[in-house]
Write a protein that binds this ligand. Structure first.
Ligand SMILES: [Zn+2]
Length: 142
């Protein structure tokens, strides 16, 4: 039993940077519920790679200040024995998830609960973020 839900604890979501040393943490509980939904659907362990990013980390990495990670509304995850493309396709059907990214090289999926009007789907190819087109869907089995 986790301290936030059946399978998840706050330590899964803390910032992993060297600046705050995991002292900082923010997570949208709706997102934790969605991770439980993924656990139930795939019946495998959901592994959170990165979730909350603190202000210092964003500055250090020159990442965008408005990142959904900074709001506790985004996670990078893998699921045991499950292709990232399968995770991607499943979360496309969850209404609250409006940001979805496939990272084929890193083998994880980004998902976030941004507002519906800002819906965005992408694939990270090398160092580039490419919007998901029908051709890209074919290329990546999505
Ligand atoms: Zn940090």
């Amino acid at each position: 039993m986790g301290d936030l839900s059946e399978n998840f604890s706050h330590k899964d979501f803390v910032c992993r940077c060297n600046q705050c040393r995991g002292e900082e943490f923010k997570i949208h509980l709706g997102l934790v519920g969605i991770l439980e939904q993924l656990t139930a659907h795939f019946k495998k362990k959901v592994i959170v790679g990165s979730a909350f990013w603190c202000d210092d980390f964003l500055e250090h990495e020159n990442k965008e200040k408005r990142s959904f990670h900074n709001k506790g509304k985004a996670v990078h995850l893998k699921i045991e024995d499950t292709a990232p493309a399968e995770i991607f396709k499943f979360v496309e059907g969850i209404a609250e998830i409006n940001g979805i990214g496939l990272y084929p090289k890193e083998e994880f999926v980004h998902l976030d609960t941004r507002p519906k009007e800002k819906r965005s789907l992408w694939v990270k190819e090398g160092t580039h973020y490419t919007a998901l087109t029908p051709e890209k869907r074919k290329q990546w089995n999505l």
